[in-house]
Design a protein around this ligand. Structure first.
Ligand SMILES: Nc1ncnc2c1ncn2[C@@H]1O[C@H](COP(=O)(O)OP(=O)(O)OP(=O)(O)O)[C@@H](O)[C@H]1O
Length: 284
């Protein structure tokens, strides 16, 4: 399998008099179609690594090292050194992103349908009636009810769970080869988290996309990722197949993370025999 993403010796620097390294010599890669989880405590450098992949670090932050993204035709782009104009064509088209806060990628003043129409027109060439149908299909794919109504709505007129579904539809619209999901369910009501997660998983699987899934929630990462990168203090602590990380962590810090999520499981009451688990679904 060829590489979708190769990060080599990435450091993110905070420039200025109080300058320091916030991400320190991070290297990992991701094969085409692979799903990689990035886990670590708050402040460990997960989001800055994701922003560096997207070429979205701005002053006072700067990156060194290299991040090679495959463009799918044998060509690659280094998002550390490429000029901004080149990256404009890569973001959305080659790599899509979903952030913790859906409003980070959505425009509060533009109707949802118009926001979705933009990448569908620019990257996939839809026009007129075909464009209208593609907008409604994109909303239906993320299982939003009444796509016509949602398309006419402004983002504050729909619920938090629905907003994140719209943000996912927007990230998928240009059919990127890689999706970066940075804590995509953390800000959501617990009753809608599982639904959004399932949706993400299905979209990635159906499209054969590569995924970088960032979370501080190990059980969630374990459910979605083939491989896991563990970060702490801006550095990579450990990388391995999800199963190996969960069953035979090599580093003390990883053992603590695995132990902490087991401890949580132990606090939960055992499921009664014959039960299929909770059946009550939340509304969005
Ligand atoms: N714009 C910035 N200016 C200065 N420091 C920053 C900036 N952005 C992030 N940092 C610092 O860099 C470190 C890494 O931040 P980052 O957001 O990557 O962590 P994270 O692992 O994603 O954490 P979380 O799980 O809380 O999102 C933190 O110490 C953070 O305070």
């Amino acid at each position: 399998m060829s590489a979708m993403l190769e990060i080599e010796n990435l450091s993110v620097h905070l420039d200025g008099p109080d300058g320091r390294r916030l991400v320190d010599d991070v290297s990992f890669d991701l094969a085409d179609g692979q799903r990689l989880g990035v886990i670590g405590e708050s402040g460990s450098g997960k989001s800055l690594t994701a922003l560096a992949v997207l070429g979205l670090l701005g002053h006072p932050l700067s990156a060194s090292g290299s991040i090679r993204l495959s463009l799918g035709d044998g060509d690659t782009v280094d998002t550390v050194s490429a000029p901004g104009r080149r990256l404009d064509g890569v973001r959305g088209r080659t790599v899509g992103a979903v952030f913790q806060e859906p409003l980070a990628s959505l425009d509060p003043l533009m109707r949802i349908g118009a926001q979705l129409a933009w990448p569908l027109r620019r990257h996939r060439g839809f026009r007129a009636d075909a464009l209208r149908r593609a907008v409604l299909d994109a909303l239906a794919e993320v299982q939003l009810p009444e796509p016509e109504r949602i398309a006419r709505s402004l983002i504050h007129e729909v619920s938090g769970g629905q907003r994140q579904r719209v943000a996912i539809a927007l990230a998928l619209a240009a059919e990127p080869r890689l999706l970066i999901a940075d804590e995509p369910t953390t800000a959501l009501d617990v009753t809608v988290q599982a639904g959004v997660l399932e949706l993400l998983q299905a979209a990635v699987e159906n499209r054969g996309m590569s995924l970088v899934f960032i979370s501080h929630d190990l059980p969630v990462v374990a459910g979605i990722a083939d491989r896991v990168v563990v970060m702490r203090g801006g550095r990579v602590v450990e990388i391995g197949d999800t199963r190996r990380i969960l069953t035979a962590p090599r580093e003390e810090y990883t053992r603590t993370l695995v132990g902490a999520s087991r401890a949580l499981d132990d606090l939960l009451p055992a499921r009664p025999a014959g039960s299929d688990g909770p059946t009550s679904g939340g509304t969005e």
